[in-house]
Every structure is written in C-alpha cells, then in structure tokens.
Design a protein around this ligand. Structure first.
Ligand SMILES: *Cc1c(COP(=O)(O)O)cnc(C)c1O
Length: 248
C-alpha cells in the first residue's frame, strides 16, 4: 500500500508537469516560448525528500522564503539546484545563508539599501562570484508588504548597479495582494518600473527580469511579461504550518 508521503511525491511531479504545460501555453499567448519563463518551485514547509522528487523529474529551480529553512534544506540536496531566496531577507541571516548555500542562484527581494549593502559585503568576504539580485517592488500599496514604492525602484536599482560591485542587478520582483492574487494593475506597474529602470541605467529590457506570478495568477502574469514565476501550493499542495499558525 502506498504511504501518504509516496502519494504526495507522485502528486507533486504530476502537478509540476501540469504547471509547466500551463506556463508554455501562457508564454505562447504572449508571443514567447516556454524557455522565456523560469518556473521556480517554492517548497517552503515541505521536506527535502519532496524537492528531491521534482529534482529527479528534471527540475532545477527551487525557491524558499525562510532563510533558516533554506540553510537546513540546501545541504541535503544536489549542488546543481539553482536556489532562489524569495521575499524579505533579514540582514542577520545573510552570512549564514550565503555560507550554507553555495548554489544560491538569485536573491529575489532586495528591498532596501541596507540589505543590498549587507549582501554585497557578504559576497565579497566569502569570495563568491557576483550574486544575482532582483529589487522587490511593492505594487499593492500595502504597509505589510515589503518592497520599495514603485516611485523608488529606480533609486534602489541604481544603488545596486553602481555601488554594489558584488551584486548583479537582474530585474524586479513583486508579491501581489495579501490573498496572493494580483491585479493587472500590479503587473502593469512592474512593466512601467522596468521601462524607467532600463532607460535610466542603460540596460536592455531583456536583461531586466520581471519576477511576478504565483499559484493564483501565474498565467496572467506571464501574459503580461513575467520572466520568472514562483509557484508553491499548486505544485506541492497546501503548506504545512504548525497548528498554531494555520490561519497564515
Ligand atoms: C510562498 C511564496 C510563493 C508561492 O506561493 P503560492 O501561492 O503557494 O504559489 C511565491 N512568492 C513568495 C515570495 C512566497 O513567499
């Protein structure tokens, strides 16, 4: 008889295939190919064994949004995984994260000059190659969301590009509404920010990624130009928080 964890593992690989199919179709609707959109599978609260299952199915891009969870999980998994740290990163976690995850591919969620400077110094002190970062933009206007105001994304992008030699500015990232849905306006704001940043910093638009789109809205985000979607629950199933946090 199949145990629940075996069932979950098969379900995740099947769900991933279905997501990749939907991504391809959405990319084609926007006149692009599936290769133009990276799918980051977000395994937060899920065991490394489940991530491993998707790795075995051929997937290589995975995301986490709790630094400690990534520090614990990454060493249990193959080194050719490209890890994305997504969301707000605390400055006191930077060193341990970079030290524990040599295959950290990108930090999606630089939301202040302070964290940019911390990352820059930590990359230098560990002698790592420049780290790709996305600037997080708050497109929903909610206080609770981290990210810079759209009117300030150029300022932060410009700081990263000109004052952080160990970081590689790679684009912009946003989280939608509190219920994790977004509106076309959120995505339009991102496209506008990209135009401003690319014009001001002299970067071709193809070199400025847009990370937008999660389980509830990734197809629409892709149709509006997303190059990187972060998908958790649609692939891995509902998150497993300890009981006391279940409303989260
Ligand atoms: C959890 C998380 C996701 C994935 O959310 P789903 O709605 O489960 O796909 C994406 N981005 C960030 C920043 C997250 O924290």
């Amino acid at each position: 008889m199949a145990t629940p964890s075996v069932i979950a593992e098969c379900a995740a690989a099947t769900a991933l295939r279905s997501v990749l199919h939907r991504v391809r179709q959405a990319a084609e609707r926007s006149g692009r190919t599936a290769e133009a959109v990276r799918v980051v599978a977000v395994g937060k609260t899920k065991p490394a064994s489940l991530v491993r299952q998707l790795y075995d199915a051929g997937h290589r891009y995975f995301g986490e949004n709790y630094a400690q969870e990534l520090v614990d999980k990454a060493p249990q998994l193959p080194l050719d995984i490209n890890w994305h740290f997504i969301g707000h990163l605390q400055s006191n976690k930077v060193k341990s994260l970079l030290a524990a995850v040599p295959n950290l591919h990108m930090v999606e969620g630089v939301d202040s000059v302070k964290i940019a400077n911390y990352l820059d110094r930590a990359v230098a002190s560990l002698g790592r190659k420049p780290l790709k970062v996305l600037v997080q933009v708050n497109t929903s206007g909610e206080e609770s969301k981290s990210g810079v105001e759209p009117s300030r994304c150029l300022e932060l992008a410009s700081h990263v590009k000109s004052s952080c030699p160990n970081l590689s500015f790679s684009g912009l990232m946003t989280i939608g509404m509190p219920d994790y849905t977004s509106t076309p306006e959120n995505f339009k704001t991102m496209t506008n920010c990209r135009v401003d940043v690319c014009n001001a910093l002299g970067i071709p638009e193809e070199q400025c990624e847009l990370s937008m789109g999660m389980s509830g809205d990734f197809e629409q985000a892709i149709e509006m130009g997303s190059t990187n979607v972060r998908i958790g629950s649609t692939i891995f199933g509902p998150r497993e928080y300890p009981k006391k946090n279940q409303s989260h």
